[in-house]
Design a protein around this ligand. Structure first.
Ligand code: NAD
Ligand code: GLY
Length: 358
C-alpha cells in the first residue's frame, strides 16, 4: 500500500493506493468508527463492474450500506441531479454522522462531493476514484462542483474528503479512450513540476499502456504527491500556485467549448492546449523547441492529439470572451522547461498569431 498525506491542518487526509484495495474497503473503514450509515454514490457503468465487491466489503464494516447509482455522463453534474440525491439521502434517513462514498470517475466524485459539502451543511465523504483522471486529479484537492448553464463547475465548493482509496486494478475495465484522458493529466504533472518523472513516463509508457499494476501504483502515487504539494500551499487557488495544475486547460477548455463539447474530449483539448501554450512560450522566447518536441512526442505516444487544425478564429474569440481575458491580455500557464511552468499575462496579439500558425 502506498500512502500520500495531504497536510491541511484539521482537514488533512491520506490517499491510499493499492491494487485490490477496492475489495478491502470494509477493513480500512474501521478507522472511522463513529459513522452511522454508509451511502455509496456511483454510476451505472461502475456499479455493473464494481457494485457488488464494494457493497460486500463495506457490509463487513457497517450493516447499513445503501447504493445510489446515477446514469453515467457529464450531464449528471447538475443541480437537478444534486437535488435528486438530497431527496434520496432524506429517504434513507441519512444524518449528519453518515458517510458518503463516491465510487466512480470525476463526474461521480464532483457531484457526490458537492452533495456531501451541502447536505445538512456538510457531511463526511470518501473518494474511491475508478478512472485514471479521477485517480490522479479530481479525487484529490477538494474541488467539488456541478455545472451551470453559464459554464462548467461554476457552482461548487472547496470541501476535502476524509480519505481517498485508489485501486489501479479498476483501470482494466476502463475504455482505452478514457485512459488517454487521464494519461494527459499524468504527463502534465511531469511538465509542470518534475522533470525526472517526465523522463520516467517517457521510459515506462509501454508498461503504463499495458496497465502493469506496479508501475501504475508508482505513477499514481507521484501524481498525487505533486497535486498534494500544490494543494497544501494554495488550497483555495488564491496565490496563483494552484493554477499551475491548469497548464493547457485554458486553451483545452476553449477547444472543447468551440466544438460544442461534441468534438474533442477534455484530455484531448488539454493535450493540444499544452502544445499551443508551449508555442506561445516559444514565440515569447521563454522556452525552446526541444521542450515542444518532447511534449508532442510523449502525448502522441499516449494516443492524444497534438495539432489543433479546426476553427482557430472561433478559438481566439472564445478565449477573449472567457472570464480569464482582461484588457487585451490573457493569462496562461507557460512552460520554461520540462519541470517548470510560470503564470504569465500574454498579449492577445501574440495568442492570435500563434493560433493562426504564425
Ligand atoms: P467520468 O466520470 O464521466 O467517467 C468516464 C466514463 O468511464 C464514464 O462513462 C464512467 O461511467 C466510466 N467509468 C468510470 N470508471 C470506470 C471503470 N473503472 N471501468 C469502466 N468504466 C468506468 O469522467 P472522468 O474523466 O473520470 O471525470 C471527468 C469529470 O471530472 C469532469 O466533470 C471534470 O470537470 C471533473 N474534474 C474535476 C476535477 C477536480 O479537481 N474536482 C479535476 C479534473 C476533472
Ligand atoms: N484540477 C485542478 C485543480 O484541482 O485545481
Amino acid at each position: 500500500m502506498k500512502t500520500v498525506k495531504v497536510n491541511l491542518g484539521s482537514r488533512s487526509y491520506k490517499i491510499h493506493i493499492s491494487a485490490g484495495v477496492l475489495g478491502e474497503l470494509g477493513r480500512h473503514f474501521k478507522a472511522y468508527p463513529d459513522v452511522t450509515k454508509v451511502v455509496v454514490i456511483t454510476d451505472k457503468n461502475v456499479e455493473r463492474f464494481y457494485g457488488e465487491i464494494v457493497t460486500k466489503g463495506l457490509q463487513t464494516y457497517k450493516q447499513d450500506v445503501s447504493v445510489i447509482s446515477i446514469d453515467p455522463g457529464e450531464e449528471q453534474k447538475s443541480l437537478p441531479s444534486a437535488e435528486d440525491l438530497y431527496n434520496r439521502l432524506f429517504e434513507l434517513d441519512m444524518d449528519r454522522r453518515g458517510l458518503i462514498v463516491a465510487v466512480g470517475g470525476g463526474v461521480v466524485g464532483d457531484l457526490a462531493g458537492y452533495v456531501a459539502a451541502t447536505y445538512m451543511r456538510g457531511i463526511a465523504y470518501i473518494q474511491v476514484p475508478t478512472t485514471l483522471l479521477a485517480q490522479v486529479d479530481s479525487s484529490v484537492g477538494g474541488k467539488v462542483a456541478v455545472n451551470h448553464a453559464n459554464g462548467k463547475n461554476l457552482i461548487g465548493a472547496f470541501y476535502q474528503p476524509k480519505a481517498v482509496y485508489i485501486d489501479p486494478q479498476t483501470l482494466k475495465t476502463l475504455p482505452r479512450n478514457e485512459l488517454t484522458q487521464g494519461l494527459v493529466e499524468v504527463i502534465k504533472y511531469g511538465i509542470i513540476r518534475d522533470a525526472s518523472f517526465f523522463d520516467y513516463l517517457d521510459k515506462h509508457l509501454p508498461e503504463i499502456l499495458r496497465l502493469e499494476l506496479g508501475i501504475l501504483e508508482k505513477v499514481i502515487e507521484n501524481c498525487c504527491r505533486i497535486k498534494a504539494w500544490v494543494v497544501e500551499r494554495d488550497e483555495r487557488e488564491e496565490t496563483g500556485l494552484r493554477s499551475i495544475l491548469n497548464y493547457g486547460h485554458t486553451l483545452g477548455h476553449a477547444i472543447e467549448a468551440v466544438g460544442g463539447y461534441k468534438g474533442h474530449r477534455h484530455g484531448e483539448g488539454v493535450a493540444m492546449g499544452m502544445i499551443l501554450a508551449t508555442s506561445i512560450a516559444l514565440r515569447m522566447g521563454l522556452t525552446n523547441e526541444k521542450v515542444l518536441e518532447e511534449q508532442r512526442q510523449i502525448l502522441q505516444r499516449a494516443g492524444a492529439p497534438t495539432y489543433y487544425r479546426e476553427d482557430t478564429e472561433a478559438l481566439f474569440d472564445f478565449l477573449c470572451h472567457d472570464k480569464k481575458a482582461v484588457a487585451g491580455s490573457l493569462k496562461f500557464v507557460l512552460p520554461v522547461k520540462i519541470g517548470k511552468v510560470v503564470l504569465k499575462e500574454v498579449d492577445a496579439g501574440i495568442v492570435k498569431e500563434v493560433l493562426a500558425g504564425g
